[in-house]
Design a protein around this ligand. Structure first.
Ligand SMILES: [Zn+2]
Ligand SMILES: [Zn+2]
Length: 346
């Protein structure tokens, strides 16, 4: 065991404070990572606030981890001391079910182990990336290519893969038209990645406040969803609509934006159930779908793709003592586009 500094929420909805946690001994298949940067994901805030159900406290959030390997177990073959690596939302899964065997560990039939607010095989509570070091099984650690600076790479481990996986699954490529709903942490990476995949990208946002940013990030068009003309002018335009917002949308209206065989994919999750007239799916054989992060191999593929295309997240780097302020700002949508904690300040 080793004792490391961390920032933890001691109780539900409580401000995060500096503390120490125990990390397990580096086992034969483990690597010890010196965390350099940790992104703040909106889901960290949901979990601290128990917005998604009962959680485990004290909680050390953080599943957008970028760092350097400083020790490796005797059986480790995938990573070596000095390697630049990342850890995302999962640190283990059953490795035996049909989904794990297909590289879809995020949909493990036996439940994967979340990077924090989870319980690992040893029965230990998992603690995330708002800390100095973490011990992770090498199979759940990915390599960060040299072309990607670690600070802008950190948010790719959740925000990047969350949008990359569905864009690939639903065949986004040159000649396809994609709408990205919401230009936040997820949405801004959705625009960058969809444009790099060769698609024509439109941002659909409540207002035109971030239009200049959206066009700079690679969008070809930027429309306000507050303007009813958007839904008539863009009717039947898109192959894929990627919704990154957690506000409940009028899905009937958004389905009207799809071409035949088009799909709306949700990566944001409204807390409230939605109501939908299913006739909106029948004409045009449309799909209303969801997607959750991505598998380990696909996360590596995403990082390699982002390195090749020079895509990192747009970030605001903060010191650890600014985490609580950053939480407030995320909740009031006042971030362009991801807060990243400089873990050396923890
Ligand atoms: Zn996340
Ligand atoms: Zn499994």
């Amino acid at each position: 065991m080793s004792t490391v500094a961390a920032y933890a929420a001691p109780a539900p909805k409580a401000p995060l404070e500096r503390t120490t946690i125990e990390r397990r001994e580096v086992g034969p298949h483990d690597v010890l990572i010196d965390i350099r940067f940790a992104g703040i994901c909106h889901s960290d805030i949901h979990q601290v606030n128990e917005g998604w159900g009962e959680a485990i406290f004290p909680m050390v959030p953080g599943h957008e981890i970028a760092g350097v390997v400083v020790a490796a177990g005797s059986e480790v073959t995938r990573h070596a001391v000095g390697d630049r690596v990342g850890v995302g939302c999962m640190v283990d899964s059953c490795r035996e079910c049909e989904f794990c065997l297909r590289g879809l560990e995020q949909y493990c039939a036996n439940g994967n182990t979340m990077t924090y607010n989870g319980v690992d095989r040893n029965g230990d509570v998992t603690y995330g990336g708002y800390s100095k070091q973490i011990v992770v099984d090498e199979n759940y650690v990915v390599r960060i290519p040299d072309a990607l600076p670690l600070d802008v790479a950190a948010p790719l481990l959740c925000a990047g893969i969350t949008v990359y996986s569905p864009l690939r699954h639903w065949g986004v490529a040159p000649g396809k038209k994609v709408a990205v709903v919401g230009l936040g942490g997820l949405g801004h990476m959705g625009v960058k990645i969809a444009a790099a995949l060769g698609a024509e990208v439109t941002v659909l946002s409540q207002s035109l406040r971030k239009k200049d940013d959206g066009l700079k990030l690679g969008a070809h068009d930027y429309r306000s969803t507050g303007d009813p003309a958007t839904f008539t002018e863009l009717a039947g335009e898109f192959d894929v609509v990627l919704s990154t917002v957690s506000a409940p949308l009028d899905f009937g209206a958004y389905l009207g934006l799809l071409k035949t065989d088009g799909a709306i994919v949700n990566v944001g999750a409204p807390e409230e159930p939605i109501s939908l007239n299913l006739f909106a799916l029948l004409g045009g054989r449309k799909t209303l779908a969801g997607s959750m992060i991505g598998g380990i191999a696909e996360t590596q593929e995403m990082l390699d793709f982002c390195a090749e295309h020079g895509l990192g997240a747009e970030i605001e780097l903060i010191d650890a003592d600014q985490i609580n302020t950053a939480y407030d700002r995320v909740q009031s949508s006042d971030v362009r586009y991801r807060f990243v904690i400089d873990a050396t300040t923890i």
